[in-house]
Design a protein around this ligand. Structure first.
Ligand code: HEM
Length: 463
């Protein structure tokens, strides 16, 4: 947490000691919405001694993330991620970040990402092939397992079988400890020897063990590919002493988790949106049936899956996995006409910007049709920025979009998910914005070959 500093933007009145912490803890999204509604596009508030400047002005976001990014570093929330990921592309800064980014970037070139399409379809087929008509599932959990398998195969060059399940248990524990720390930002003491903190440490060790085993296995293979792990191993071999084993482990953790949790949340929301908007569902099916007939998608189909792409865009608009981002000012400065002291946290929220009536008509309606080429061209850069902006923009943005479109197209061609009754599904804002407590569905056959046995399904479809 940073020490208190002064901004001249309007301030939310709060408790003398806790500031706005009680309101924040009662509901983070509602709190953000209410300060935006009551105080406008620039406001400060306190969480204990921690002072936050929230801006909803596109020009300010551009300054902070793009044009003057050197004046702002990653903020306190990144320190929380560091406890788990250590120093990695997501958490490091300066020269180390730049070198890491340069090393990883080729894996995310347009050509390389297109090559990953076959694995995305193959893994989705393998998942759909295991479902049976009428079966009950938690589709959010399923998406977490599916996206982790895709991330492992594409980004690390390994297939995870049993590990997917053995990673999920310790990962759930770590996720709930993140949830607690996001909820109680002032009163979380991960270094205290409490039972919960010990369990989290143990879970982290367990995951590190699994990740180390993946690296050892890959080192032994001596097969180089376009994935990030083989790039790092090759670099380590060619540049002795420049890339430690620990750093490789941190990057592998980052790609495995940042690369699956975010897309799993979007996919979870996407299935939910289809289930509650039958008109949208029918339009999507009509497009899949017209473009694909009874075959599975291929990378060449992407330009023709227009409605599916607009549907994914709209899902990311209303339910952005990363619903807020922050930076810390590295020096006293002015932003958007306000004085910002060194150490102030600057908060920028996708949740607020992407539901803002300045950018969208009927901003709370789910309407994939709003994404015409003309609308997209005229939309402010910060009206839709689920992947951030500037040099720290998500490295996996096109990977994530391609994955979401292909997973939906492959599965929705075969299966319809119907919501089980009696569920209240709400957005839970933790590290990502998850549908909580999950999405319980039952499966309905769409295509006759939906339930064909797994052995009949190719695990890799070649494009
Ligand atoms: C829908 C899915 C995703 C969303 C919404 C998302 C969102 C974001 C955002 C907003 C940032 C910028 C954070 C900041 O500037 O503070 C970011 C960074 C990052 N994302 Fe993603 N992401 C997604 C998928 C992925 C995938 C699939 C990968 C891996 C393949 C990935 C890996 C990363 C990494 C490594 C960074 C740090 C980049 C850097 O600082 O250079 N993300 N992501």
């Amino acid at each position: 947490m940073q020490s208190e500093s002064l901004c001249t933007a309007p301030e939310v009145p709060g408790h003398w000691l806790w500031g706005s912490l009680p309101e924040y803890q009662r509901g983070r999204l509602k709190f953000l919405e209410s300060v935006r509604r009551e105080f406008g596009t620039a406001v400060t508030y306190r969480l204990g001694t921690h002072r936050v400047f929230l801006s909803c002005e596109p020009d300010v976001l551009k300054e902070v993330l793009v044009t003057r990014h050197r004046d702002f570093g990653k903020s306190a929330s990144t320190l929380m991620l560091k406890d788990f990921f250590g120093e990695s592309l997501l958490t490091s800064e300066g020269v180390r970040w730049f070198e890491d980014r340069r090393l990883m970037q080729p894996t995310f070139s347009a050509d390389q990402v297109r090559k990953f399409g076959s694995t995305m379809v193959g893994q989705s087929l393998s998942y759909a092939g295991k479902l049976s008509n009428g079966e009950h599932r938690d589709v959010l959990r399923d998406m977490q397992e599916l996206t982790m398998s895709i991330a492992a195969e594409t980004l690390l060059g390994v297939t995870l079988a049993d590990e997917v399940r053995s990673i999920h248990e310790p990962h759930d524990l770590i996720r709930s400890s993140f949830d607690a720390r996001v909820e109680h930002p002032v009163a979380s003491f991960p270094w205290l020897p409490t039972r919960q903190n010990r369990r989290v440490k143990e879970a982290t060790r367990e995951i590190h063990g699994i990740v180390n085993a993946i690296i050892t296995r890959r080192r032994g293979d001596r097969v180089s590919g376009g994935d990030v792990l083989s790039r790092m191993l090759q670099f380590q071999e060619q540049n002795p002493g420049q890339l430690s084993d620990e750093r490789i482990r941190n990057q592998v953790l980052t790609f495995l988790f940042a690369g699956h949790e975010t897309t799993a949340s979007v996919l979870g929301w996407a299935w939910y949106m289809l289930a509650v908007h039958p008109d949208v569902e029918n339009r999507l099916y009509a497009e899949l049936d017209e473009v694909l007939g009874d075959r599975d998608p291929e990378i060449q189909d992407i330009p023709n899956l227009n409605y599916t792409a607009r549907f994914v865009r709209e899902t990311l608009r209303l339910y952005p996995s990363v619903y807020m981002m922050s930076r810390r000012s590295l020096r006293d400065c002015q932003v958007g006409g306000f004085n910002i002291r060194r150490g102030t946290t600057i908060l920028m929220s996708q949740w607020l910007m992407q539901r803002d009536a300045r950018f969208y008509e009927r901003p709370l309606s789910f309407d994939p049709d709003r994404w015409t080429a003309d609308f997209q061209q005229n939309l402010n850069q910060f009206g839709w920025f689920p992947f951030g902006a500037g040099p720290r923009k998500c490295i996996g943005d096109s990977f994530a979009i391609l994955e979401t479109v292909l997973v939906i197209a492959t599965i929705a061609s075969r299966v319809r998910f119907r919501l089980q009754e009696g569920q209240a599904i709400v957005p839970y804002p933790s590290v990502t914005l998850r549908p909580s407590p999950g999405i319980r569905v039952f499966c309905e056959q769409r295509r006759a070959d939906f339930a064909k046995s797994e052995s009949q399904i190719p695990t890799r479809v070649q494009f």
